[in-house]
Design a protein around this ligand. Structure first.
Ligand code: 5AD
Ligand code: SF4
Length: 462
């Protein structure tokens, strides 16, 4: 049962009319942005393959190309306009090509207007809430040859039972909730992804049980703010309860992202201590270390409150690896305010971070805040911050030197012949000498022999 009547769970079904729509046609999906988009792309791929499409070996020349877009910062959007420019040329050579644009950009009024006015070669515009209508929308695109646009800006629904083509056979994304109600003043996500809505716990547990039976080793629970899980459902079942329940499914590794520090509660922290499958690693975006900036960002916590949570986490899970997100150059951020961020970075001992220069997003409250800080100064602050962050990465790796760690093997390393790689429980990328492809998807023991900034190197233990 839900508190909010407007949000409904929709069980995916396929109308027979669309069953063979993609036969003898190829598709490609280009995914940008967060893991939420990666998970959405797996659903779109599942739906497309169900109606007969096959994955293209030549993505820029596929019969159907979908860009699953991100709107979080301007540079993410710039990249996508660039790819669209290239696709325009391909479509001139192959007029039957269908080009679709999905994800967060279509949810933005400005971007949609630009698409409608200046990108006439785009056939399909699909909002974040409309994936399940993909067969119908494609059908309309083939039939009408006019641009088909379906963007719903309201709360959206929860889609269950949709087919999925997962990228990996040992690691899986599991959405537990959609949307975000936090309304941080710089962020466009609450406008593009809609209100917070949690999947029913039974659906999540069933999905994880199925993954276990298929041999999956690791899951990452996804949501913009997973700590708010359950708040929109009747009852008092929370994210912490979900972790305890998922631990019982037999899945070996559980991770989750992203967390909001304010909603990270005692029960969740205890679950991290108590549940063997919940990995000792947490991404806990802080954004800034200055109370005034945090207030202007509407983050609803202070420096001290953030550090209290960090210290409590370290009491319960002493070896936890913490990472974060930080924005520099929020409108009119002073040097002193930036220095408070540097102070927090040192105190919190982060072992990694995604660091960003503030990017103005039309329609968000911060977009109308005065900003006198120059671009040059913002870049300088980012560079200075990154020196500390990179040191944190290195320290985070050094602490495992000479230790034996467990690595879930992903496959051959991209940066070294004869090497394989994978991640440890603390989410440290580890390379080791081996060409044994049968290790992919297995947990192996590796002795760490070298600690670098971006990865560790080790030797496979027999
Ligand atoms: N400018 C810069 N960074 C942003 N983020 C979100 N919105 C913006 C913006 N307008 C960052 C935050 C968030 C991460 C996913 O992206 O740090 O945690
Ligand atoms: Fe954006 Fe804040 Fe929601 Fe994260 S918590 S998605 S930064 S509004």
């Amino acid at each position: 049962m839900r508190k909010n009547k407007e949000i409904q769970t929709v069980r995916y079904t396929l109308d027979n009319k669309y069953k063979n729509l993609g036969v003898n046609k190829s598709y490609a999906i280009f995914t940008y942005g967060c893991q939420g988009n990666e998970a959405d792309s797996e659903v779109m791929a599942g739906i497309l393959e169900e109606i007969g499409y096959t994955k293209s070996n030549d993505p820029m020349n596929a019969d159907l190309v979908i860009l699953n877009t991100c709107a979080i910062r301007e540079n993410a959007e710039q990249r996508i306009w660039g790819v669209l420019g290239q696709l325009k040329g391909r479509k001139r050579e192959n007029p039957d090509m269908i080009i679709g644009i999905a994800g967060c950009m279509p949810q933005e009024e400005n971007a949609t207007n630009k698409i409608l006015e200046s990108y006439s070669f785009i056939d399909l515009v699909i909002g974040t809430h409309n994936k399940n209508h993909l067969p119908k929308l494609l059908y309309e695109a083939y039939m009408s040859k006019a641009k088909v646009v379906e963007v719903i800006s309201s709360e959206g629904e929860i889609l269950e039972d949709a087919p999925k083509i997962r990228e990996s056979h040992h690691k899986a994304w599991v959405n537990i909730m959609y949307g975000c109600d936090e309304f941080c003043t710089y962020c466009i996500v609450p406008y593009t992804r809609g209100r917070e809505r949690s999947r029913a716990k039974e659906d999540i547990i069933k999905e994880v049980e199925e993954l276990v039976s298929l041999g999956y080793v690791e899951i990452t629970l996804l949501g913009q703010n997973v700590n708010a899980y359950g708040k929109d459902l009747k009852g008092d079942y929370t994210f912490g309860d979900l972790l305890y329940d998922l631990d019982k499914t037999g899945i070996k590794r559980i991770r989750y992202t992203t967390s909001h520090p304010r909603d990270l509660d005692e029960k969740t922290m205890r679950a991290m201590r108590d549940c063997k499958s919940v990995m000792p690693q947490l991404h806990l975006p802080v954004q800034s270390g200055d109370d005034e900036v945090l207030k202007k960002m509407n983050r609803k916590y202070t420096y001290d409150e953030y550090m209290t949570k960090v210290n409590r986490l370290r009491e319960l899970v002493p070896d936890i690896a913490l990472t974060t997100d930080i924005i520099v150059g929020f409108p009119n951020e002073t040097k002193e305010q930036f220095e408070n961020t540097l102070k927090l970075v040192q105190n919190a001992k982060f072992e990694g971070a995604f660091t960003f220069i503030y990017s103005k997003r039309e329609g968000t409250p911060a977009a109308s805040m005065p900003d006198e800080v120059t671009d040059e100064e913002k870049h300088r602050r980012l560079e200075e911050l990154n020196v500390y962050i990179n040191q944190g990465y290195l320290e985070g790796h050094k602490r495992f030197l000479n230790q034996i760690v467990e690595v879930l093997v992903d496959g051959p390393s991209k940066n070294g012949e004869g090497m394989m790689c994978g991640y440890t429980p603390h989410l440290k990328l580890t390379h080791f000498k081996s060409e044994d492809l049968s290790l992919v998807g297995k947990l192996v023991k590796v002795k760490v022999t070298e600690a670098k900034t971006w990865f560790m190197i080790g030797e496979l233990c027999e």
